[in-house]
Design a protein around this ligand. Structure first.
Ligand code: NAD
Ligand code: DAU
Length: 352
């Protein structure tokens, strides 16, 4: 592994991953990102002059651009983070979720296949160069929703409920098919909800911290008793690093930290940490098709690959809240302009 193509590396998890890889390894990282509203080069300011790091503004759906990058940088590994990632946006604007998340994935696979196959023109020959790998960063949402009991295993049937999760499940199927049909060396990781630095404040935790700090109301969907299984982003990135190096060809790995919390618990914890009043909580209309509960069974990655989360939730959330409070300028830059329009539009409609 020498030249790793990270897609979506200017987003939340991608930028944390770029940081982690440069810290832990001596690889070249080529980050391509089309810089949608969620892509933010400020997330990478501290490493932008590292000689092992290159940024190229490109769309994963653009065949010519991706081909050029493979050619120029001799890419041997792909880690595909690039995606439309917000469930609420997929409800109002599904199409881009399908083109980016599915067609973008297929485009990356096709280009990788053509560069990595030893006989690219022979349709029945499936030998690949040594050491190449495509890793698809997927999500636990592809499994759908759980009731009060049970956990998602890698063998749980896919049953996505939102346009976002349907697009991610479709992409997983395409990746799987390229492995089955073309024998492409792949892995898929399916992680639970991440929290930590650089998360766009449309997502629960940074949104609540930001609103709470400003004394704005805290919009809780439905009864607030939906459960998510929270994992610190650096633990997710370490899991991807582990799968890249130790993952068995063609395998899927669930990633989670056994840390289930109801949304309302998270909101109350943030209120307490910021010394504000629970009067800020405002119950709003529920998200359509809202998944009730997610929980990851992480037995496979912990027992077969030896990965385990380092953060306890208590440490991680404390550090995360402190990070958002300390990085006011980062947050202010995002929440001025377009974000305000998005926020007003999204939450005005949700008022009960
Ligand atoms: P994000 O929205 O913060 O970042 C996505 C990045 O992809 C942005 O930088 C954006 O500019 C870029 N991008 C979007 N469309 C693109 C395109 N067509 N071409 C190139 N770049 C494009 O998302 P995130 O939360 O960092 O999630 C990253 C990946 O991890 C996604 O695939 C998501 O499905 C998956 N995931 C997220 C979580 C979570 O809790 N956030 C959990 C499990 C899996
Ligand atoms: O499970 C992994 C997934 O986690 C990832 O695949 C997605 O990319 C990521 O966005 C996240 O999806 P969720 O829908 O779980 O995350 P979100 O932060 O949007 O919402 C978390 C929970 O909080 C969910 O039950 C909805 C609720 N919520 C969210 C917002 C933004 C609220 O009650 N109020 C809000 O304002």
């Amino acid at each position: 592994m020498k030249n790793i193509l990270v897609t979506g590396g200017a987003g939340f998890i991608g930028s944390n991953f770029v940081h982690l890889m440069l810290k832990n390894h001596d690889y070249n990282i080529i980050n391509i990102d089309s810089l949608t509203y969620a892509g933010n080069l400020d997330n990478l300011k501290d490493i932008e002059n590292d000689s092992r790091y290159t940024f190229v503004k490109a769309d994963i759906r653009d065949r010519a651009a991706v081909t050029e990058i493979f050619k120029k940088y001799d890419i041997d590994t792909v880690v595909n983070f690039a995606a439309e990632s917000h469930v609420d946006r997929s409800i109002t604007e599904p199409e881009i979720f399908l083109t980016t998340n599915i067609i973008g994935t297929q485009n990356l696979l096709d280009v990788a296949k053509s560069f990595w196959k030893i006989n690219p023109d022979d349709k029945y020959s499936f030998d690949y160069k040594d050491g190449v790998k495509y890793l698809q960063v997927s999500t636990d949402e592809v499994y759908g929703a759980l009731g009060k009991t049970g956990m998602f295993m890698e063998t749980t049937p896919l049953s996505p409920n939102s346009p976002y999760s349907a697009s991610k499940a479709s992409a997983d199927m395409v990746v799987r098919a390229y492995h089955e049909t073309f024998k492409m060396p792949i892995n898929i990781t399916r992680c639970s909800n991440n929290y930590g630095p650089y998360q766009f404040p449309e997502k629960l935790i940074p949104l609540m911290i930001n609103n709470c700090k400003a004394g704005k109301s805290l919009p809780v969907y439905g009864d607030g008793m939906q459960i998510r299984d929270w994992l610190h982003v650096s633990d997710h990135c370490a899991a991807i690093d582990t799968v890249l190096h130790k993952g068995k060809d063609g395998e899927i790995y669930n990633v989670g930290g056994n840390n289930e919390k109801a949304n309302i618990e998270i909101v109350k914890l943030i209120i307490k940490a910021l010394g504000k009043s629970e009067d800020l909580i405002k119950y709003v209309k529920d998200r359509p098709g809202h998944d009730r509960r997610y929980a990851i069974d992480n037995t496979k990655i912990t027992t077969e690959l030896g990965w385990a989360p380092k953060y306890t939730f208590e440490e991680g959330i404390k550090e995360t809240i402190e990070w958002y409070l300390a990085n006011e300028e980062w947050m202010n830059k995002i929440t001025s302009g377009e974000y305000t329009k998005y926020y007003d539009n999204m939450y005005k409609k949700a008022e009960k």
